[in-house]
Ligand binder design. Structure first.
Ligand code: NAP
Length: 250
């Protein structure tokens, strides 16, 4: 993706999993990378090394996306280091398997704060800079459960459905400034969010439900993100791209 060369991309929650996959793909496309993490310092450092070996500049910043002051520092560090922010991937997310009647208000608030309020805080701070240069691309990671519902994590599904409405609304507000806002909705991916919860047998059963016959890899979300961030998607905004091996078709 030629148009991505030299751009600055911040990927929230990129120490592991899908965020890491997005960072690696964008680095291969020539983007300078900001790695964001909370707990996984060593993994963030490894990713910094890997991205630099690809010939791009990178920076890691510890910031909890649900905390306003952390997010302000995250965006400030990005802009101070690279002179701006061209691409924001709102990827950081958490989940928790509980029925609605088992959820405390604290559980609900924690998931919404990270998965939805974090998207708002990071987007707000980034868009302030993107508006000044009248260009930018924001890509929000939603989930297939935003569209199907789920019987074991209503707060997670609600946060991911909220992201879809958020994406369309910000796309409308930001379009006059040359800023595009889209979402990617993953199906089932082989990351820490899924693998520790299932046995090998359950993984096989899950894979059998996917028309393409396997779980996705983090870099397959990275490819979708790179496409949406690039000039090849220059006429696409407010859209959700479903990347799920055909497990749900619309
Ligand atoms: P993961 O392997 O559990 O990784 C989560 C990442 O988010 C880690 O890098 C973690 O950083 C970071 N993070 C967590 N809380 C954070 C916070 N408050 N502030 C900043 N970073 C935070 O998850 P994943 O599977 O890669 O999921 C990535 C995104 O894809 C999530 O939004 C998830 O909902 C979505 N998704 C995943 C799947 C799937 O099948 N895996 C399906 C649909 C949607 P530290 O380790 O440094 O704390």
């Amino acid at each position: 993706m030629e148009s991505l060369k030299g751009k600055t991309a911040l990927i929230t929650g990129s120490s592991r999993g899908i965020g890491r996959g997005c960072a690696l793909v964008l680095a291969r496309c020539g983007c300078n990378i900001v790695v964001n993490y909370v707990e996984s310092l060593e993994k963030a450092q490894t990713l910094i090394k890997e991205t630099r070996e690809l010939g791009v500049e990178s920076l890691s910043v510890r910031a909890d996306v649900s905390r306003e002051q952390d997010v302000k520092l995250l965006i400030e560090s990005t802009v101070n280091t690279f002179g701006g922010i061209d691409i924001l991937v709102n990827n950081a997310g958490i989940h928790q398997h509980l029925k609605t009647w088992e959820l405390s208000l604290e559980d609900w608030n924690r998931v919404i704060a990270t998965n939805l309020t974090g998207v708002f805080l990071c987007s707000r701070e980034a868009v302030i800079h993107m508006k000044k240069v009248r260009s930018g691309s924001i890509i929000n990671i939603s989930s297939c459960v935003a569209f199907t519902g789920t019987d074991h994590e209503i707060h997670y599904a609600s946060s991911k459905a909220g992201i879809v409405g958020f994406t369309k609304s910000l796309a409308l507000e930001a379009a006059p400034y040359g800023i595009r806002v889209n979402a990617v909705s993953p199906g089932f991916f082989a990351t820490d969010m899924v693998l520790p919860l299932i046995t090998d047998e359950e993984r096989k059963a899950l894979e059998a439900t996917v028309p393409l016959g396997r779980l996705g890899t983090p870099e397959e979300i990275g490819d979708a993100v790179a496409f949406l961030a690039s000039d090849r998607a220059r006429y696409i905004t407010g859209e959700t791209l479903h990347v799920n091996g055909g497990v749900i078709m619309y």
